[in-house]
Ligand binder design. Structure first.
Ligand SMILES: [Fe+2]
Ligand SMILES: [Fe+2]
Length: 182
C-alpha cells in the first residue's frame, strides 16, 4: 500500500553508505502506510542496531585498555551501558506492541543498520564508532518523521534515544579531534 504523505525509510546499505559521506538530511520520499506489524518489523531492526552497538562498544572498551587509553576506554564503556538501555527500551516496546523481541544472534549483523567492527587501532575504533553513531542518528531521525503522530509512544522513545546518539556522535567526534591532533 502506498501513502504519499509518509516519509521513506532507507535500507541498511543506503544508511551505511550515506553515513560514510557528508550528508545531514535523511532522504524522505513517499512509501507505505505504517501499521503495528510494520512498526514491530522496524523496531526489530532498531533492536539489532542497538545490540550491535552494545557489542562493539564493549569490545572496544576492553581492547582499548590494552593500548593504554583509560579516558577512551571509560567513554566506550559508558556508551556501551547507554546502548544497553536503548536495547532494553526498544525490546520492551516491541513486547508492548505484541511482538517478540528478536535477540537471535543469527542474522543480527544483517538486521542491524550499524556495523560491527573490532579494529586494533584506537583511532580506527573511534572512527568506526562515529560512523555507527551517524548511522543511528540518520536512521532515528527518519523513523521519528516516519512515525509522526501515528505512534507517539514509539516516536517519543526514539526521540529520547536520538538525543543520546547525538551526544555519542559528538563524544566520538571530540575524541577523534583530540587523537588526530597528537
Ligand atoms: Fe543507542
Ligand atoms: Fe550511540
Amino acid at each position: 500500500m502506498n501513502d504519499v504523505t509518509k516519509p521513506f525509510i532507507s535500507d541498511v546499505k543506503t544508511l551505511r553508505d550515506r553515513a560514510r559521506q557528508h550528508l545531514a538530511d535523511g532522504a524522505i520520499t513517499p512509501t507505505y502506510v505504517g501499521d503495528v506489524a510494520k512498526t514491530i518489523e522496524i523496531l526489530q531492526s532498531v533492536l539489532a542496531t542497538e545490540i550491535v552497538c552494545v557489542l562493539r562498544y564493549t569490545q572496544h572498551a576492553i581492547s582499548a585498555a590494552g593500548i593504554a587509553s583509560e579516558p577512551v576506554k571509560a567513554e566506550f564503556l559508558e556508551h556501551a551501558h547507554e546502548e544497553q538501555e536503548h536495547m532494553n527500551a526498544v525490546a520492551e516496546r516491541i513486547a508492548q506492541l505484541g511482538g517478540k523481541p528478536n535477540f537471535n544472534p543469527e542474522g543480527l549483523a544483517t538486521r542491524s543498520a550499524s556495523q560491527y567492527s573490532q579494529p586494533d587501532d584506537l583511532v580506527e575504533m573511534i572512527k568506526e564508532n562515529l560512523v555507527a553513531e551517524r548511522i543511528a542518528v540518520q536512521h532515528y531521525q527518519e523513523l521519528i518523521r516516519y512515525f509522526g503522530d501515528d505512534d507517539p509512544t514509539t516516536r517519543a522513545m526514539l526521540e529520547g534515544i536520538l538525543s543520546v546518539e547525538e551526544e555519542h556522535a559528538n563524544d566520538m567526534s571530540d575524541l577523534l579531534a583530540s587523537r588526530v591532533q597528537k
